[in-house]
Ligand binder design. Structure first.
Ligand code: USQ
Length: 377
């Protein structure tokens, strides 16, 4: 029996991934680790999760009460090579799902060294522990579509495999993203991708690099079983992602904060479908480095604002001077063929995700009102 190790088990994605893995593999132990920093970062930014969340210990007890399963085990708070080596040896780890990261672009611009240390040190510790214990342990990491930036060329997965010719004489080597991400966070994930690709090539480790687009929504089939199983929902300037922030803003009749011209285009995927994709990746049978672009459809900031306004009338839009340095009008053409094979048809499109999110956070309107200053600082 090979158990599964999940880093970042207290995160927005990590907690529902742990539950889904525990339900799918009742005979395996899902061993979770988290340094609890996400709660501190958001608190430091003067905000909270709009949906109240229990401690990890309480959530595990409730999970057992509701499902009868006690196969989520929490250990430690810091990803060290020695700890992972011990775990892999004593607890028979077959797969590591690496979700732990400081994931905010704006926060990373305030704390670049912290972000790089936090994100890259953990990844390297995992890579080296796996190499030393058993290079055949599968490593699945969520990096980001942001590793590509917003290039003028088509972001096709096959072209990434073969290398990308970006000029008649210049080629990006196979597997590697081009390192044009627009924040220290996005850069940290480019460095991770580079380490993953190199380690997989050098040590023969089966590695999946799930390059996530913007993950939106809050509910998954597991979190809906009991309010005490909820995962966090952030809406502040640093940790709230675009569509989630717009839903929170619309709910309290706060004008939607479109940065600049609003032409910034990204790929989006619901939390429900993201969790399922990660869980499905556990059973992929790749034996080397496999990057997968993970998003359903691409939308501009203005498209998302319009979709939110359709769900919730009347909703005003305000144009804010863009606090980020990024292209506001650009070409963006990524492919998601591998995700379609991994996931099949996504369960929730943008409209369904927005509707679900409005329903889930409506009871917590007052919490958002009390923290509305955090929308823009
Ligand atoms: N934006 C606005 N108004 C807002 C907030 C954001 O116009 O109130 C704009 C941003 O300037 C950006 C776009 O919306 O152009 C997306 O911003 P975001 O904060 O939703 O996404 P981003 O900073 O790119 O990062 C998020 C997650 C990150 C993940 C990434 C995927 O925080 O962890 O890796 O989405 S991707 O965007 O594909 O790189």
């Amino acid at each position: 029996m090979e158990n599964i190790f999940v880093t970042g088990c207290d995160g927005t994605i990590g907690w529902p991934v742990c539950m889904r893995l525990a339900l799918k593999y009742p005979d395996k132990t899902i061993i979770g680790i988290d340094n609890n920093e996400r709660r501190r970062w958001v608190d430091e930014c003067g905000s909270v999760s709009a949906i109240p969340i229990k401690s990890m210990q309480e959530r595990c007890l409730v999970f057992e009460e509701i499902t009868g399963q006690s196969n989520i085990l929490l250990i430690g708070d810091s990803i060290r090579k020695s700890l992972l080596k011990m775990l892999c040896t004593l607890r028979d780890i077959g797969t590591v799902v690496h979700l732990a990261a400081q994931p905010s672009a704006p926060y990373s611009m305030k704390y670049p060294q912290y972000t790089l240390r936090n994100n890259n040190d953990a990844t390297l510790a995992l890579i080296m522990a796996i190499k030393e214990v058993n290079p055949k342990i599968r490593l699945i990491e969520t990096t980001t579509m942001g590793v590509y930036g917003t290039p003028d060329w088509n972001i096709g997965e096959d072209s990434i495999d073969k290398g990308v010719l970006i000029s008649p004489t210049l080629k990006i080597p196979s597997g590697l993203p081009p390192f044009t991400g627009g924040s220290w966070y996005h850069r940290s994930k480019s460095y991770d991708a580079s380490m993953l690709q190199f380690a997989s090539f050098r040590y023969g480790s089966p590695t999946v690099d799930l390059r996530l687009g913007v993950v939106i929504g809050v509910g998954t089939s597991e979190t809906k079983k009991d309010p005490r199983l909820a995962t966090r929902f952030d809406f502040d300037f640093n940790f709230g992602v675009l569509a989630n922030r717009f839903v929170a803003q619309a709910l309290i009749d706060y004008p939607l904060t479109v940065y600049g011209s609003g032409g910034q285009t990204r790929g989006y995927l619901s939390l429900e479908d993201t969790v399922q994709s990660i869980v499905n990746a556990v059973e992929l049978d790749n034996d080397s480095y496999l990057p997968i672009n993970l998003f359903d459809k691409c939308y501009s900031v203005r498209d998302v604002a319009e979709a939110v306004a359709k769900e919730h009338h009347p909703t005003e839009v305000q144009t804010i001077k863009n606090p980020r340095k990024e292209a506001e009008t650009h070409y963006y053409n990524p492919s998601n063929e591998r995700m379609k094979k991994l996931l099949g048809n996504p369960k929730l499109d943008l409209k369904a995700t927005l509707k679900d999110t409005f329903e889930a956070i409506s009871p917590y309107r007052r919490t958002i009102l009390l923290h509305k200053e955090a929308f823009l600082k």
